[in-house]
Design a binder for this molecule. Sequence first.
Ligand SMILES: Cc1cc2nc3c(=O)[nH]c(=O)nc-3n(C[C@H](O)[C@H](O)[C@H](O)COP(=O)(O)O)c2cc1C
Length: 192
Amino acid sequence: MKLLHIDSSALGANSVTRELSAAVAARWQDDLPGVVVDHLDLDADPIPHLTGRSLAKDDPAENDRSERILQQFLQADVIVIGAPMYNFGIPSTLKAWIDRIAVAGKTFRYTAEGPEGLAKGKKAIIVSGRGGLHSGQPSDFQETYLRHVLGFVGVTDVEFVRAEGVSYSPQHRADALAAAHASIPRPQRLAA
Ligand SMILES: Cc1cc2nc3c(=O)[nH]c(=O)nc-3n(C[C@H](O)[C@H](O)[C@H](O)COP(=O)(O)O)c2cc1C
């Protein structure tokens, strides 16, 4: 089983989502020996914005990287995404990754009945961190977006590990982190 562990927080050692995403990945490794983890740090090693040159495949180095990112996603059984809320949405570094994995003909296609996701059979665990409280609010363009775009490419088994209100006070942050750690789901074997 392959687990793709993605981080996108720019806050390094002070990051809530990095702490939690590492705990999720560790739980999978502890509970399911043999899980192979691939770590993608989108802050340390950002993916370039998708541009006209990218779509034209003008730059062989960029094209190779884009293909490697897509294959890494396609080969993963489980994807753990550390996703802080930035300006009500996701970090642009994480959006740059999505722009490389949402590829017509590879991860989705349009049919006479509408769009169809092609990256089926995967599980995603979104580790969400936010300074304020946004659950169920119109201000949530982060979790709702991630659920939607993952569903669009065929990943419909999505769980959330959430720490929110972390900017309210140190106590809020500590409580939110403790609750998020306690909510980390136990891994289950995915159907072959
Ligand atoms: C650039 C930036 C933008 C942010 N924008 C928001 C926001 O729109 N709403 C919010 O509730 N918190 C916002 N925050 C707070 C983060 O969501 C919060 O610090 C969260 O813990 C980030 O996850 P991290 O600790 O893993 O980086 C922002 C933080 C940063 C650094």
